[in-house]
Design a protein around this ligand. Structure first.
Ligand code: NOJ
Ligand code: NOJ
Length: 453
Protein backbone atom coordinates (compact mmCIF):
# COMPACT_ATOMS: atom_id res chain seq x y z
CA UNK A 1 0.00 0.00 0.00
CA UNK A 2 1.44 3.29 -1.13
CA UNK A 3 0.28 5.21 1.87
CA UNK A 4 1.61 2.82 4.43
CA UNK A 5 4.92 2.54 2.71
CA UNK A 6 5.41 6.29 2.47
CA UNK A 7 4.42 6.56 6.09
CA UNK A 8 7.18 4.18 7.10
CA UNK A 9 9.62 6.23 5.07
CA UNK A 10 9.02 9.30 7.18
CA UNK A 11 12.17 9.85 9.19
CA UNK A 12 11.72 9.73 12.94
CA UNK A 13 12.60 13.42 13.11
CA UNK A 14 9.07 13.95 11.80
CA UNK A 15 7.74 12.90 15.13
CA UNK A 16 9.05 15.99 16.82
CA UNK A 17 8.08 18.43 14.10
CA UNK A 18 5.52 21.08 14.79
CA UNK A 19 2.33 20.91 12.86
CA UNK A 20 3.29 23.90 10.76
CA UNK A 21 6.44 22.15 9.67
CA UNK A 22 4.63 18.95 8.99
CA UNK A 23 2.24 20.87 6.79
CA UNK A 24 5.17 22.18 4.83
CA UNK A 25 6.50 18.65 4.53
CA UNK A 26 3.14 17.36 3.41
CA UNK A 27 2.91 20.03 0.76
CA UNK A 28 6.32 19.31 -0.65
CA UNK A 29 5.58 15.62 -0.58
CA UNK A 30 2.04 15.21 -1.77
CA UNK A 31 2.77 11.48 -2.11
CA UNK A 32 3.09 11.23 1.64
CA UNK A 33 -0.20 13.00 2.07
CA UNK A 34 -2.03 14.64 4.90
CA UNK A 35 -2.60 11.27 6.48
CA UNK A 36 1.05 11.05 7.30
CA UNK A 37 1.12 13.95 9.65
CA UNK A 38 1.73 12.19 12.86
CA UNK A 39 -0.28 12.42 15.98
CA UNK A 40 2.66 14.00 17.77
CA UNK A 41 2.44 16.86 15.34
CA UNK A 42 -1.17 17.36 16.29
CA UNK A 43 -0.30 17.28 19.97
CA UNK A 44 2.49 19.79 19.36
CA UNK A 45 0.02 22.04 17.65
CA UNK A 46 -2.42 21.76 20.52
CA UNK A 47 0.34 22.73 22.91
CA UNK A 48 1.32 25.67 20.74
CA UNK A 49 -2.22 26.83 20.54
CA UNK A 50 -4.48 25.60 23.28
CA UNK A 51 -7.08 28.17 22.27
CA UNK A 52 -7.76 26.45 18.99
CA UNK A 53 -11.48 27.10 19.23
CA UNK A 54 -10.88 30.83 19.63
CA UNK A 55 -8.42 30.90 16.75
CA UNK A 56 -10.79 28.95 14.55
CA UNK A 57 -13.68 31.26 15.39
CA UNK A 58 -11.62 34.30 14.47
CA UNK A 59 -10.59 32.73 11.19
CA UNK A 60 -14.16 31.68 10.40
CA UNK A 61 -15.52 35.15 11.22
CA UNK A 62 -12.95 36.77 8.97
CA UNK A 63 -13.86 34.38 6.15
CA UNK A 64 -17.57 35.11 6.54
CA UNK A 65 -16.77 38.80 6.30
CA UNK A 66 -14.75 38.23 3.12
CA UNK A 67 -17.48 36.09 1.57
CA UNK A 68 -20.03 38.84 2.12
CA UNK A 69 -17.88 41.83 1.10
CA UNK A 70 -16.78 41.36 -2.50
CA UNK A 71 -16.10 44.29 -4.76
CA UNK A 72 -17.64 42.57 -7.74
CA UNK A 73 -20.76 41.33 -5.97
CA UNK A 74 -24.10 43.00 -5.27
CA UNK A 75 -24.68 43.99 -1.62
CA UNK A 76 -26.04 41.05 0.38
CA UNK A 77 -24.44 38.41 -1.82
CA UNK A 78 -22.67 35.48 -0.12
CA UNK A 79 -20.25 33.73 -2.43
CA UNK A 80 -20.23 29.95 -1.89
CA UNK A 81 -16.43 29.99 -2.33
CA UNK A 82 -13.87 32.32 -3.93
CA UNK A 83 -13.08 29.45 -6.34
CA UNK A 84 -13.91 30.51 -9.89
CA UNK A 85 -12.87 27.31 -11.65
CA UNK A 86 -12.57 23.58 -10.94
CA UNK A 87 -15.10 23.91 -9.46
CA UNK A 88 -16.67 27.30 -10.12
CA UNK A 89 -18.45 28.20 -6.87
CA UNK A 90 -18.42 31.92 -7.45
CA UNK A 91 -22.20 32.23 -7.11
CA UNK A 92 -24.79 33.08 -4.50
CA UNK A 93 -26.55 29.86 -3.53
CA UNK A 94 -29.80 30.47 -1.69
CA UNK A 95 -29.13 27.63 0.78
CA UNK A 96 -25.49 28.44 1.60
CA UNK A 97 -26.34 32.13 1.87
CA UNK A 98 -29.31 31.66 4.20
CA UNK A 99 -27.31 29.38 6.51
CA UNK A 100 -24.39 31.82 6.53
CA UNK A 101 -26.64 34.77 7.28
CA UNK A 102 -28.19 32.84 10.19
CA UNK A 103 -24.68 32.57 11.62
CA UNK A 104 -24.04 36.25 10.98
CA UNK A 105 -27.28 37.09 12.79
CA UNK A 106 -26.08 35.13 15.83
CA UNK A 107 -22.82 37.09 15.67
CA UNK A 108 -24.86 40.28 15.56
CA UNK A 109 -26.70 39.28 18.73
CA UNK A 110 -23.52 38.87 20.77
CA UNK A 111 -21.39 41.62 19.20
CA UNK A 112 -20.62 44.40 21.69
CA UNK A 113 -18.44 46.71 19.59
CA UNK A 114 -20.82 49.34 18.12
CA UNK A 115 -19.01 49.66 14.76
CA UNK A 116 -18.78 45.92 14.24
CA UNK A 117 -22.41 45.57 15.25
CA UNK A 118 -23.53 48.23 12.79
CA UNK A 119 -21.60 46.56 10.03
CA UNK A 120 -23.21 43.17 10.75
CA UNK A 121 -26.63 44.80 10.75
CA UNK A 122 -25.93 46.38 7.35
CA UNK A 123 -24.89 43.01 5.97
CA UNK A 124 -28.13 41.46 7.21
CA UNK A 125 -30.21 44.31 5.76
CA UNK A 126 -28.39 43.99 2.41
CA UNK A 127 -29.12 40.27 2.41
CA UNK A 128 -32.79 40.90 3.19
CA UNK A 129 -33.13 43.33 0.28
CA UNK A 130 -31.23 41.05 -2.09
CA UNK A 131 -33.53 38.17 -1.10
CA UNK A 132 -36.60 40.23 -1.96
CA UNK A 133 -34.97 41.03 -5.32
CA UNK A 134 -34.34 37.33 -5.96
CA UNK A 135 -37.97 36.50 -5.18
CA UNK A 136 -39.08 39.00 -7.82
CA UNK A 137 -36.56 37.93 -10.47
CA UNK A 138 -38.00 35.64 -13.16
CA UNK A 139 -36.01 32.39 -13.00
CA UNK A 140 -36.25 28.87 -14.43
CA UNK A 141 -36.77 27.49 -10.91
CA UNK A 142 -39.30 30.07 -9.69
CA UNK A 143 -39.08 30.64 -5.95
CA UNK A 144 -37.01 27.45 -5.64
CA UNK A 145 -34.20 28.79 -7.83
CA UNK A 146 -31.05 27.43 -6.21
CA UNK A 147 -28.37 29.92 -7.28
CA UNK A 148 -27.80 33.39 -8.69
CA UNK A 149 -24.93 35.26 -10.29
CA UNK A 150 -23.00 37.45 -7.89
CA UNK A 151 -24.31 40.60 -9.58
CA UNK A 152 -27.82 39.47 -8.65
CA UNK A 153 -28.89 38.19 -12.08
CA UNK A 154 -30.70 34.88 -12.54
CA UNK A 155 -28.57 31.88 -13.46
CA UNK A 156 -30.23 30.32 -16.47
CA UNK A 157 -28.10 27.32 -17.46
CA UNK A 158 -29.34 23.80 -16.79
CA UNK A 159 -29.28 22.87 -13.10
CA UNK A 160 -31.05 20.61 -10.62
CA UNK A 161 -34.02 22.84 -9.90
CA UNK A 162 -36.18 23.77 -8.14
CA UNK A 163 -34.61 23.25 -4.69
CA UNK A 164 -37.35 24.14 -2.26
CA UNK A 165 -35.23 24.14 0.89
CA UNK A 166 -34.02 27.60 -0.22
CA UNK A 167 -37.12 29.71 0.51
CA UNK A 168 -37.59 27.86 3.82
CA UNK A 169 -34.02 28.49 4.98
CA UNK A 170 -34.28 32.11 3.92
CA UNK A 171 -37.53 32.49 5.89
CA UNK A 172 -35.97 30.95 9.02
CA UNK A 173 -33.01 33.34 8.91
CA UNK A 174 -35.11 36.39 8.17
CA UNK A 175 -37.69 35.60 10.87
CA UNK A 176 -34.89 35.40 13.41
CA UNK A 177 -33.47 38.71 12.19
CA UNK A 178 -36.90 40.39 12.06
CA UNK A 179 -37.57 39.34 15.65
CA UNK A 180 -34.36 41.05 16.67
CA UNK A 181 -35.45 44.16 14.79
CA UNK A 182 -38.81 44.10 16.59
CA UNK A 183 -37.01 44.02 19.93
CA UNK A 184 -34.96 47.00 18.74
CA UNK A 185 -38.14 48.97 18.10
CA UNK A 186 -38.18 48.61 14.31
CA UNK A 187 -41.86 47.63 14.15
CA UNK A 188 -42.58 49.78 11.13
CA UNK A 189 -39.76 48.36 9.06
CA UNK A 190 -40.73 44.81 10.01
CA UNK A 191 -44.41 45.32 9.12
CA UNK A 192 -43.66 46.91 5.78
CA UNK A 193 -40.59 45.20 4.39
CA UNK A 194 -40.38 41.88 6.25
CA UNK A 195 -43.94 40.78 6.94
CA UNK A 196 -46.92 42.79 5.73
CA UNK A 197 -49.65 40.22 6.39
CA UNK A 198 -51.12 40.82 2.92
CA UNK A 199 -52.06 38.56 0.04
CA UNK A 200 -50.56 39.00 -2.46
CA UNK A 201 -47.67 40.04 -0.31
CA UNK A 202 -44.94 42.56 -1.04
CA UNK A 203 -42.81 41.40 1.87
CA UNK A 204 -39.85 39.05 1.91
CA UNK A 205 -40.71 36.67 4.78
CA UNK A 206 -44.37 36.35 3.91
CA UNK A 207 -43.49 35.53 0.28
CA UNK A 208 -41.26 32.63 1.37
CA UNK A 209 -43.82 31.38 3.91
CA UNK A 210 -46.68 31.49 1.40
CA UNK A 211 -44.57 29.64 -1.13
CA UNK A 212 -43.52 27.01 1.40
CA UNK A 213 -47.03 26.52 2.83
CA UNK A 214 -48.54 26.05 -0.66
CA UNK A 215 -45.81 24.06 -2.42
CA UNK A 216 -44.13 21.76 0.09
CA UNK A 217 -45.88 18.70 -1.38
CA UNK A 218 -44.18 19.19 -4.75
CA UNK A 219 -41.20 17.02 -5.63
CA UNK A 220 -37.99 19.03 -5.97
CA UNK A 221 -34.22 18.63 -5.96
CA UNK A 222 -32.34 17.79 -2.78
CA UNK A 223 -29.68 19.91 -1.14
CA UNK A 224 -26.99 17.96 -3.05
CA UNK A 225 -28.72 19.14 -6.23
CA UNK A 226 -28.92 15.65 -7.67
CA UNK A 227 -32.15 13.89 -6.77
CA UNK A 228 -35.74 14.77 -7.64
CA UNK A 229 -38.16 13.57 -4.98
CA UNK A 230 -39.38 14.24 -1.42
CA UNK A 231 -36.49 14.86 0.94
CA UNK A 232 -36.13 14.60 4.69
CA UNK A 233 -33.76 17.59 4.76
CA UNK A 234 -36.01 19.84 2.72
CA UNK A 235 -39.11 18.86 4.66
CA UNK A 236 -37.42 19.44 8.01
CA UNK A 237 -36.41 22.99 7.13
CA UNK A 238 -39.80 23.66 5.53
CA UNK A 239 -41.44 22.49 8.74
CA UNK A 240 -39.20 24.70 10.85
CA UNK A 241 -39.97 27.72 8.62
CA UNK A 242 -43.70 27.11 9.07
CA UNK A 243 -43.48 26.54 12.84
CA UNK A 244 -41.52 29.77 13.30
CA UNK A 245 -43.67 31.45 10.66
CA UNK A 246 -46.85 30.59 12.56
CA UNK A 247 -45.48 32.07 15.80
CA UNK A 248 -44.21 35.15 14.01
CA UNK A 249 -47.47 35.73 12.12
CA UNK A 250 -49.36 35.45 15.40
CA UNK A 251 -47.04 37.97 17.05
CA UNK A 252 -47.87 40.37 14.23
CA UNK A 253 -51.60 39.77 14.52
CA UNK A 254 -51.98 37.78 11.27
CA UNK A 255 -53.98 35.01 12.95
CA UNK A 256 -55.52 33.40 9.87
CA UNK A 257 -52.09 32.94 8.33
CA UNK A 258 -50.71 31.70 11.65
CA UNK A 259 -53.32 28.92 11.76
CA UNK A 260 -52.67 28.02 8.15
CA UNK A 261 -48.89 27.81 8.60
CA UNK A 262 -49.34 25.76 11.78
CA UNK A 263 -51.67 23.32 10.02
CA UNK A 264 -49.18 22.85 7.18
CA UNK A 265 -46.35 22.32 9.66
CA UNK A 266 -48.42 19.59 11.27
CA UNK A 267 -49.14 17.94 7.93
CA UNK A 268 -45.42 18.07 7.21
CA UNK A 269 -44.63 16.36 10.52
CA UNK A 270 -46.77 13.41 9.46
CA UNK A 271 -44.96 13.15 6.12
CA UNK A 272 -41.58 13.44 7.80
CA UNK A 273 -42.44 10.54 10.13
CA UNK A 274 -42.75 8.33 7.05
CA UNK A 275 -39.03 8.72 6.37
CA UNK A 276 -38.25 6.39 9.28
CA UNK A 277 -37.74 2.93 7.83
CA UNK A 278 -38.02 0.48 10.72
CA UNK A 279 -36.90 -2.49 8.59
CA UNK A 280 -33.66 -0.81 7.61
CA UNK A 281 -33.35 0.97 10.97
CA UNK A 282 -32.67 4.36 9.42
CA UNK A 283 -34.22 7.58 8.22
CA UNK A 284 -34.56 7.61 4.45
CA UNK A 285 -33.13 10.77 2.86
CA UNK A 286 -35.60 10.63 -0.05
CA UNK A 287 -39.03 9.12 -0.66
CA UNK A 288 -40.89 8.95 -3.98
CA UNK A 289 -37.79 9.23 -6.14
CA UNK A 290 -38.79 10.82 -9.43
CA UNK A 291 -35.51 11.43 -11.19
CA UNK A 292 -31.86 12.31 -10.99
CA UNK A 293 -29.21 10.17 -9.31
CA UNK A 294 -30.67 6.67 -8.83
CA UNK A 295 -27.77 4.73 -7.35
CA UNK A 296 -28.05 5.67 -3.68
CA UNK A 297 -28.85 2.11 -2.71
CA UNK A 298 -27.70 2.25 0.91
CA UNK A 299 -30.18 5.05 1.74
CA UNK A 300 -27.53 6.42 4.06
CA UNK A 301 -27.11 10.17 3.69
CA UNK A 302 -25.67 12.76 6.05
CA UNK A 303 -28.32 15.15 4.75
CA UNK A 304 -30.50 13.50 7.41
CA UNK A 305 -28.26 14.81 10.20
CA UNK A 306 -28.24 18.26 8.61
CA UNK A 307 -32.04 18.07 8.53
CA UNK A 308 -32.09 17.42 12.27
CA UNK A 309 -29.68 20.32 12.93
CA UNK A 310 -31.08 22.93 10.53
CA UNK A 311 -34.68 21.82 11.06
CA UNK A 312 -34.61 21.97 14.86
CA UNK A 313 -37.66 24.11 15.55
CA UNK A 314 -37.19 24.10 19.31
CA UNK A 315 -40.15 21.77 19.85
CA UNK A 316 -38.22 18.52 20.16
CA UNK A 317 -39.30 17.14 16.80
CA UNK A 318 -36.62 14.92 15.14
CA UNK A 319 -33.67 16.55 16.86
CA UNK A 320 -30.28 14.91 17.39
CA UNK A 321 -31.72 13.58 20.67
CA UNK A 322 -34.22 11.42 18.79
CA UNK A 323 -33.03 7.79 18.81
CA UNK A 324 -33.94 7.49 15.13
CA UNK A 325 -31.54 10.28 14.22
CA UNK A 326 -28.86 8.74 16.41
CA UNK A 327 -29.39 5.31 14.81
CA UNK A 328 -29.04 6.85 11.36
CA UNK A 329 -25.93 8.77 12.42
CA UNK A 330 -24.30 5.60 13.74
CA UNK A 331 -24.99 3.70 10.53
CA UNK A 332 -23.58 6.53 8.41
CA UNK A 333 -20.47 6.90 10.55
CA UNK A 334 -19.85 3.14 10.46
CA UNK A 335 -20.11 3.09 6.69
CA UNK A 336 -17.70 5.99 6.15
CA UNK A 337 -15.28 4.46 8.62
CA UNK A 338 -15.29 1.41 6.40
CA UNK A 339 -15.17 2.89 2.91
CA UNK A 340 -12.76 5.84 3.19
CA UNK A 341 -9.10 4.76 3.33
CA UNK A 342 -8.28 7.90 5.32
CA UNK A 343 -10.47 6.50 8.09
CA UNK A 344 -8.32 3.38 8.37
CA UNK A 345 -5.56 5.22 10.19
CA UNK A 346 -6.05 4.84 13.91
CA UNK A 347 -3.50 7.55 14.70
CA UNK A 348 -5.76 10.29 13.29
CA UNK A 349 -8.53 11.24 15.71
CA UNK A 350 -12.21 11.12 14.78
CA UNK A 351 -13.93 9.96 11.63
CA UNK A 352 -14.14 11.87 8.35
CA UNK A 353 -17.74 12.00 7.14
CA UNK A 354 -19.01 12.35 3.55
CA UNK A 355 -22.37 13.01 1.91
CA UNK A 356 -23.42 9.44 1.11
CA UNK A 357 -21.47 6.25 0.40
CA UNK A 358 -22.28 6.06 -3.33
CA UNK A 359 -21.20 9.69 -3.93
CA UNK A 360 -19.03 10.28 -7.01
CA UNK A 361 -18.67 14.08 -6.90
CA UNK A 362 -15.11 15.21 -6.21
CA UNK A 363 -15.40 18.88 -7.20
CA UNK A 364 -13.43 18.67 -10.45
CA UNK A 365 -14.65 15.30 -11.58
CA UNK A 366 -16.94 12.43 -10.72
CA UNK A 367 -14.24 9.92 -9.87
CA UNK A 368 -15.44 9.26 -6.35
CA UNK A 369 -16.82 11.03 -3.33
CA UNK A 370 -14.77 12.22 -0.39
CA UNK A 371 -15.35 13.25 3.19
CA UNK A 372 -16.64 16.81 3.60
CA UNK A 373 -15.52 19.33 6.20
CA UNK A 374 -19.00 20.67 6.95
CA UNK A 375 -20.40 17.17 7.45
CA UNK A 376 -17.62 16.12 9.80
CA UNK A 377 -18.32 19.36 11.68
CA UNK A 378 -22.04 18.46 11.75
CA UNK A 379 -21.14 15.32 13.72
CA UNK A 380 -19.20 17.49 16.16
CA UNK A 381 -22.19 19.78 16.56
CA UNK A 382 -24.53 16.84 17.19
CA UNK A 383 -22.25 15.45 19.92
CA UNK A 384 -21.73 18.86 21.53
CA UNK A 385 -25.53 19.16 21.66
CA UNK A 386 -25.87 15.69 23.20
CA UNK A 387 -23.20 16.54 25.78
CA UNK A 388 -25.05 19.70 26.71
CA UNK A 389 -28.36 17.93 27.09
CA UNK A 390 -27.47 15.04 29.40
CA UNK A 391 -27.22 15.28 33.19
CA UNK A 392 -25.13 12.14 33.39
CA UNK A 393 -21.56 13.35 33.94
CA UNK A 394 -19.89 10.35 32.43
CA UNK A 395 -22.04 10.41 29.32
CA UNK A 396 -21.47 14.12 29.05
CA UNK A 397 -17.71 13.64 28.98
CA UNK A 398 -18.07 10.85 26.44
CA UNK A 399 -20.20 12.94 24.07
CA UNK A 400 -17.95 15.94 24.51
CA UNK A 401 -14.88 13.91 23.64
CA UNK A 402 -16.62 12.44 20.59
CA UNK A 403 -17.44 15.97 19.45
CA UNK A 404 -13.85 17.07 19.98
CA UNK A 405 -12.57 14.14 17.93
CA UNK A 406 -14.57 15.26 14.87
CA UNK A 407 -13.21 18.77 15.32
CA UNK A 408 -9.68 17.42 15.66
CA UNK A 409 -10.17 15.48 12.46
CA UNK A 410 -11.04 18.61 10.55
CA UNK A 411 -8.13 20.55 12.09
CA UNK A 412 -5.81 17.70 11.23
CA UNK A 413 -6.60 17.94 7.52
CA UNK A 414 -6.86 21.74 7.39
CA UNK A 415 -4.41 23.71 5.27
CA UNK A 416 -1.31 25.06 7.06
CA UNK A 417 -2.99 28.44 7.46
CA UNK A 418 -6.10 26.79 8.92
CA UNK A 419 -8.27 27.38 5.84
CA UNK A 420 -10.76 24.73 4.80
CA UNK A 421 -11.96 23.46 1.43
CA UNK A 422 -15.16 21.60 0.72
CA UNK A 423 -13.66 18.12 0.74
CA UNK A 424 -10.83 16.07 2.26
CA UNK A 425 -9.23 13.58 -0.09
CA UNK A 426 -10.43 10.11 0.88
CA UNK A 427 -6.93 8.63 0.39
CA UNK A 428 -4.59 11.37 1.57
CA UNK A 429 -6.73 13.69 3.67
CA UNK A 430 -5.62 16.72 1.68
CA UNK A 431 -8.04 19.55 1.24
CA UNK A 432 -9.71 19.45 -2.16
CA UNK A 433 -12.56 20.89 -4.27
CA UNK A 434 -13.74 24.47 -3.61
CA UNK A 435 -11.30 26.30 -1.33
CA UNK A 436 -12.54 28.45 1.54
CA UNK A 437 -16.08 27.11 1.31
CA UNK A 438 -18.16 29.70 3.13
CA UNK A 439 -20.57 27.08 4.46
CA UNK A 440 -17.64 25.37 6.26
CA UNK A 441 -16.93 28.47 8.32
CA UNK A 442 -20.57 29.01 9.09
CA UNK A 443 -20.95 25.36 10.15
CA UNK A 444 -17.90 25.67 12.42
CA UNK A 445 -19.26 28.72 14.20
CA UNK A 446 -22.64 27.01 14.54
CA UNK A 447 -21.03 23.93 16.12
CA UNK A 448 -18.78 25.87 18.48
CA UNK A 449 -21.70 27.64 20.11
CA UNK A 450 -22.64 24.28 21.69
CA UNK A 451 -19.08 23.63 22.89
CA UNK A 452 -19.55 24.07 26.61
CA UNK A 453 -17.55 21.95 28.98
C1 NOJ B 1 -22.79 20.31 -8.52
C2 NOJ B 1 -23.52 20.13 -7.24
O1 NOJ B 1 -23.34 21.23 -6.44
C3 NOJ B 1 -23.10 18.85 -6.58
O2 NOJ B 1 -23.75 18.70 -5.37
C4 NOJ B 1 -23.48 17.76 -7.48
O3 NOJ B 1 -23.02 16.55 -6.97
C5 NOJ B 1 -22.97 17.98 -8.89
N1 NOJ B 1 -23.22 19.32 -9.38
C6 NOJ B 1 -23.61 17.01 -9.82
O4 NOJ B 1 -24.96 17.27 -9.99
C1 NOJ C 1 -22.55 21.58 -3.67
C2 NOJ C 1 -23.43 21.11 -2.57
O1 NOJ C 1 -23.91 19.84 -2.91
C3 NOJ C 1 -24.58 22.07 -2.35
O2 NOJ C 1 -25.31 21.65 -1.21
C4 NOJ C 1 -24.08 23.47 -2.14
O3 NOJ C 1 -25.17 24.33 -2.02
C5 NOJ C 1 -23.19 23.89 -3.28
N1 NOJ C 1 -22.15 22.94 -3.50
C6 NOJ C 1 -22.54 25.25 -3.02
O4 NOJ C 1 -21.74 25.18 -1.87
Amino acid sequence: MRLNRSFQLIPSIMLVMTLAQSHAFAQENPEAGGANRCQEALAANAALNDDWAGALSRLASRKLHEATHRNDAAPGVVIASPSRANPDYYYHWTRDAALTMATIHRQYLVETNPDAKRSLRNTLMDFSRLSRGHQQTPTRGGMGEPKFHVDGRAYDEDWGRPQNDGPALRAITLIEFARTLLREGEGELVRSFFYDGKIPTASVIKADLEFTAHHWREPNFDLWEEVLGDHFYTRMVQRKALVLGAEFARELGDHGAADWYASQAQALSAEIERHWNADLGLIMPTLNLRGGVDYKHSHLDTAVLLGALHGDAGDGFMTVHDPRIKATMDRIEGKFREIYPINHRPEIPGVAIGRYPEDKYAGNDFNGGNPWVLLTVAYAEAYYQMAQKTNDRELRTQHFQRAESFMERVRFHANPDGTLSEQMNRHTGFMMSAHDLTWNYSALLDALRFRVR
